[in-house]
Design a binder for this molecule. Structure first.
Ligand SMILES: Nc1ncnc2c1ncn2[C@@H]1O[C@H](COP(=O)(O)OP(=O)(O)OP(=O)(O)O)[C@@H](O)[C@H]1O
Ligand SMILES: [Mg+2]
Length: 365
């Protein structure tokens, strides 16, 4: 039985910058169920990372959530001693004080996160200053603390454990993410580890609090293929053993096809298509999704799991968005006089399959 964990409703996030207003997320809806993996794909700059950060109330400045809600169905911890059954509270994460106690319990504890390396982002509009701010504000490994201490601190922030217990959990997590000799490695400093090992430590930190959901934003982009496969296995194992949901953001269609139950395709801050993974790959309906899938080499021609290549035309200037459907200037199915004037609505195009495209609104009439 699907049970919603996170419901994003009509989310809008804007960046008010010198040149104007960027609608980074523009009326986005998504439900993530307990224990399920939702993959998010779309070209660079379409709002994937900003959406992920909005869930944790961490939209970078000058960004602002201007409307919508993000409901978190939060279960109380089981407490067998008082004999009461578990209750579920509904929290709107966008309305919480970004520095308050509740969001700090949620962020990194109940909802774990592995953020994209800012430098691997392809978003062309980031200034160097923004990139540096990002690096500082995110949970990065501190170069002056041993990795074990960093994991233990995270665990102690979110769970009632002693330092010694925290250290044991840290060693166990390092073992799980495939760090050799975790008993010794726990006392290493980050610079003593390879890049791939550091990324695995970050993943260990994110998973160490047994989150109900993991937000993974390009979690394995910096890793080589065999380590990537190990990490993905670990995520899947944890998901099965603890019913963890995953929001998986990636440019790698091979990875998302393997990991996700459902996929959402984003374009210019909006969801344009959502379907079960099989349906999306074998029966894509939105012309944008079709272009995205066609833009990667066919299976067998080249190794699968390529990053998304560029598709015809370019992403519009965010300060001058086209009227009607924002994809119309690049769309092979463009209908003049309609697509450039009417904003498409979310339309059911199959079982659990939705798209926002006038082709299907027409068909449904
Ligand atoms: N710090 C910022 N300042 C100004 N604008 C920003 C900032 N962060 C994001 N944006 C705007 O929000 C849009 C969405 O950015 P986001 O980082 O969510 O893209 P993305 O889909 O994650 O791209 P990528 O695949 O490259 O990671 C960007 O195109 C940009 O216009
Ligand atoms: Mg991103």
């Amino acid at each position: 039985m699907s049970e919603p964990l996170i419901e994003i409703k009509d989310l809008r996030v804007e960046f008010n910058v010198r040149e104007g207003i960027v609608k980074a997320v523009d009326g986005f809806n998504l439900t993530i169920n307990r224990g399920e993996t939702v993959g998010v794909i779309g070209e660079s700059g379409c709002g994937k990372s900003v959406t992920a950060r909005a869930i944790l109330n961490m939209v970078p400045k000058p960004g602002k959530v201007t409307s919508g809600e993000i409901l978190y169905y939060r279960r109380s911890k089981e407490n067998p001693s008082d004999g009461q059954s578990r209750t579920t509270d509904v929290l709107d994460l966008t309305k919480l004080d970004p520095d308050g106690e509740t969001i700090r319990q949620v962020r990194g504890g109940e909802i774990g996160m592995i953020f994209q390396e800012p430098m691997s982002s392809l978003t062309p509009v980031y200034s160097v200053g923004t990139l540096i701010n990002e690096a500082v504000s995110l949970h990065r490994l501190s170069p002056v603390k041993r990795v074990g201490a960093q994991i233990t601190e995270t665990i102690q922030t979110h769970r009632r454990v002693t330092k010694a217990e925290g250290r044991q959990i840290a060693i166990e997590m390092l073992r799980k993410v495939g760090i050799p000799k975790p008993n010794e490695r726990v006392d290493s400093y980050p610079h003593q580890l390879s890049g791939g090992q550091r990324q695995r430590v970050m993943i260990a930190i994110a998973l160490s609090c047994e989150p109900v959901m993991l937000i993974a934003d390009e979690p394995t982009t910096a890793l080589d293929v065999s380590i990537e496969a190990q990490i993905l296995d670990i995520m899947r194992e944890l998901q099965e053993s603890s019913d963890m949901a995953i929001l998986f953001i990636t440019h790698n269609l091979g990875v998302v096809a393997n990991m996700a139950h459902e996929i959402v395709v984003m374009y210019m801050g909006k969801a344009v298509e959502r379907a079960k993974v099989q349906d999306l790959f074998y029966q894509p309906q939105h012309p944008y999704t079709r272009s995205l899938l066609q833009s990667i080499p066919k299976l067998g021609q080249k190794k699968s799991g390529e990053r998304l290549a560029s598709i015809a035309g370019s992403v519009p200037d965010p300060f001058h968005l086209p009227p009607g459907c924002v994809f119309h200037p690049r769309c092979p199915a463009f209908m003049p006089g309609r697509c450039d004037t009417i904003t498409p609505q979310w339309t059911q195009v199959g079982d659990d399959h939705w798209a926002s495209c006038l082709l299907y609104e027409e068909a449904g009439k």
